[in-house]
Design a protein around this ligand. Structure first.
Ligand code: NDP
Ligand code: GDP
Length: 327
């Protein structure tokens, strides 16, 4: 039985990845940071019905001693570093913490693996935010980076450390440059989930309006369930490498909104208000990925359409709001 260690197991991707690895027969271990609200930490794992099938370990990405200790006990065959301060907007409020968790945290994981588990295969959760102010119409593995937020800068450090540890120490370390991916388990502060949750609350009469920022921003949105499959595929390759994972289509926040409101039988114009508080100091106006390398080498392709994603998210939020559940 292979064993896998996932950091960020309580987040959106960690939950779906844990589910995928369980179906493949892995012993799944997750790193969890200590919280005073321990009862809500594993809400996503419970939502997927897998909370009791995973072994959780108390640790923190900023404390390399905890990472070493956990790797010594788990002896992982595969390590997935998904833990991060992952919300772009917060990274201007907490730039140093974002650097410590999202950037140095990745270095801590690589260094712990180099010391304790050098033969383990390593996945780093890199991001299309590294392209930021885009230098090519479609962004691929060879497009130059230009991050636009402390989050993007921290992730770029983690990305290059992964490449460097592969080249310096011959580690099987791969970096997945994933474009935005969403699901019913997406954090509520991200725009897609904010919209589908808002639609559900308006539809059920709990709110009248939904306040948003830049409606013209465009993202290449896929489904998280499809994207965790790509992470696993990267670690099954004989040689480690970097891959762009995207749908190859871009959609504006406005059009995402329109799809969600229309699906619920609502007119978006009656409910959206623009609040400058949601604008960002520096914006990533458009992202559009070129997933040809992943298509060819991993045999991976996004299988969920945007319309299917929107429907699944709106339905899940309608259910949750009706039942008074929070996630
Ligand atoms: P989430 O924000 O849902 O999850 C982040 C996870 O990191 C949570 O489990 C969180 O724990 C954990 N974490 C935060 N700080 C620490 C810390 N100091 N020590 C240990 N764990 C910590 O992110 P996603 O699941 O959406 O994304 C997974 C990864 O992929 C992230 O690294 C993200 O930056 C990256 N990414 C995501 C994309 C997307 O569109 N979703 C796109 C490209 C990259 P807790 O539950 O306690 O907060
Ligand atoms: P990001 O791509 O990782 O920053 O993901 P988000 O979902 O947080 O933001 C995607 C885009 O939506 C960005 O360009 C935001 O500026 C834009 N956006 C517009 N209104 C909002 C809002 O109310 N909340 C968030 N999170 N983003 C918004």
């Amino acid at each position: 039985m292979k064993s896998a260690l996932i950091t960020g197991v309580t987040g959106q991707d960690g939950a779906y990845l844990a589910q995928l690895l369980l179906t493949k027969g892995y012993h799944v271990h997750g790193l969890v940071r200590r919280s005073a609200s321990a009862d809500v930490v594993d809400t996503r794992l419970k939502w997927l019905g897998i909370a009791d099938k995973i072994t959780l370990h108390d640790g923190n990405l900023t404390d390399i001693t905890s990472l070493i200790r956990i790797m010594q006990s788990v002896k992982p065959d595969e390590i997935y570093n998904l833990g991060a301060q992952s919300f772009v907007k917060s990274s201007w409020q907490q730039p140093i913490l974002t650097g410590q968790v999202t950037g140095i945290g990745a270095a801590n994981m690589l260094e712990a693996a180099r010391i304790v588990a050098p033969g383990a295969r390593f996945y780093q959760a890199s991001t299309s935010e590294m392209f930021g102010l885009i230098q090519a119409e479609r962004q691929s593995e060879t497009t130059p980076f230009y991050p636009r937020s402390p989050y993007g800068v921290a992730k770029l450090y983690g990305h290059w450390m992964t490449v460097n540890y592969r080249e310096s120490f011959n580690m099987h370390a791969s970096s997945g440059i994933l474009f935005n991916h969403e699901s019913p388990l997406r954090g509520i502060e991200f725009v897609t989930r904010k919209i589908t949750n808002g639609v559900a609350r308006i539809k059920l009469g709990l709110e009248e309006t939904l306040a948003l920022g830049n409606m013209d921003a465009k993202r290449d949105w896929g489904h998280a369930r499809d994207y965790v499959e790509a992470m696993w595929l990267m670690l099954q390759q004989e040689t480690p490498d970097d891959y762009v994972i995207a749908t190859g289509q871009t959609t504006s926040v406005r059009d995402f909104c329109k799809l969600a409101f229309e699906y619920a039988g609502l007119n978006m114009e009656d409910h959206i208000v623009i609040d400058p508080a949601y604008f960002r100091p520096a914006e990533v106006e458009v992202l559009l990925g070129e997933p040809a390398k992943a298509n060819k080498k991993l045999g991976w392709k996004a299988s969920t359409t945007l319309e299917e994603l929107v429907r699944e998210m709106v339905d899940a939020d309608l259910d949750r709001v009706r039942q008074g559940l929070r996630l």
